[in-house]
Design a protein around this ligand. Structure first.
Ligand SMILES: *[C@@H]1O[C@H](CO)[C@@H](O)[C@H](O)[C@H]1NC(C)=O
Ligand SMILES: *[C@@H]1O[C@H](CO)[C@@H](O)[C@H](O)[C@H]1NC(C)=O
Length: 269
């Protein structure tokens, strides 16, 4: 066999292995939509495009030109952290989002996989509210829940889905600024005279639609009506309570993950 034939075979093998390691190219996909060019540029600049392409099953929550907001003025490091919260490590298209169990789910993002997330910063909540809107927000306490699903950009089941959302998902503290949480018990005189500028009240945004999120929708086929009242927070206090409960569930999930990972590691030793 001549050298040139062997080189040719090697080249073919190399190309086909490259093709199988990356099923899609998110940059090329987004290039077809000029309104996402800034978002696309940010994905490339931060190196996240390559990380998305390495995944087999992924959802990108994309921001069109009018929705990138203050993201463009952040440092590259902060941009990367925030945008990695827009990469969900599972495939979600509108069909799947419309069929969420109990109208809500907690999604794991690439930020969680980075290992630098604090608390629940690596997770986002998605709710399907009774108005039929699908809303995303960070699972981290004190974050806003107001990024609404606007449409489908690309759906390539079950590998990559690119969805358009109305505003960046900013986990509380992800950019180094923590929104203080309202005190759990009666505030001490010290806490009350805290010199912080941000009023604790701003942690609970009036835009938060969580209060309605768990109300049974008209197409709720749950056979157990007794579930509804317990599951329908009506006052802000209830909503906060529900948020804490969901946070507790999430910690359980992370714990399960840790245990699963630990047993994997143990098994491979
Ligand atoms: C799509 O994802 C599945 C697993 O989720 C994987 O087996 C398949 O190879 C992927 N498709 C492509 C074209 O890579
Ligand atoms: C993805 O597409 C972009 C733009 O078309 C290109 O510059 C880049 O090299 C591609 N990446 C891969 C891994 O093929």
């Amino acid at each position: 066999m001549s050298h040139s034939v062997m080189i040719l075979i090697a080249a073919v093998l190399l190309i086909s292995s490259a093709a199988t390691t990356s099923a899609f190219n998110v940059t090329r996909m987004l290039e077809q939509y000029p309104e996402f060019s800034e978002f696309n540029g940010l994905l490339s600049k931060t190196g996240l495009a390559a990380e998305v392409n390495r995944r087999r099953t992924v959802t990108v929550l994309a921001l069109s030109a009018g929705h990138v907001g203050g993201l463009s003025s952040k440092t590259e490091d902060v941009q990367k952290r925030i945008l990695s919260n827009h990469v969900v490590l599972d495939y979600y298209d509108t069909t799947k989002l419309n069929k969420l169990k109990n109208g809500k789910a907690v999604l794991t993002t690439l930020y969680q996989a980075s290992g630098t997330a604090d608390d629940q910063q690596g997770f986002i909540n998605v709710i399907h509210n009774k108005e039929g809107h699908i809303i995303f927000g960070s699972a981290e306490k004190g974050s806003q829940m107001n990024s609404q699903l606007e449409g489908v950009v690309v759906a390539q089941p079950y590998n990559i889905s690119i969805l358009s959302i109305s505003s960046p998902i900013i986990a509380n503290g992800i950019d180094g600024n923590w929104t203080p949480m309202p005190p759990m018990s009666a505030p001490s005189p010290d806490a009350a005279s805290s010199p912080t500028d941000d009023a604790p009240a701003s942690a609970e945004s009036p835009e938060v639609t969580v209060t309605d999120a768990d109300a049974p929708s008209s197409d709720d086929t749950s056979p157990n009506p007794a579930e509804a009242p317990a599951d329908s927070p009506n006052s802000p206090a209830d909503a906060a309570d529900a948020q804490q409960k969901s946070a507790a569930v999430v910690s359980g999930v992370s714990l399960a993950w840790t245990v699963a990972l630990a047993s994997l590691v143990a098994a491979s030793l």
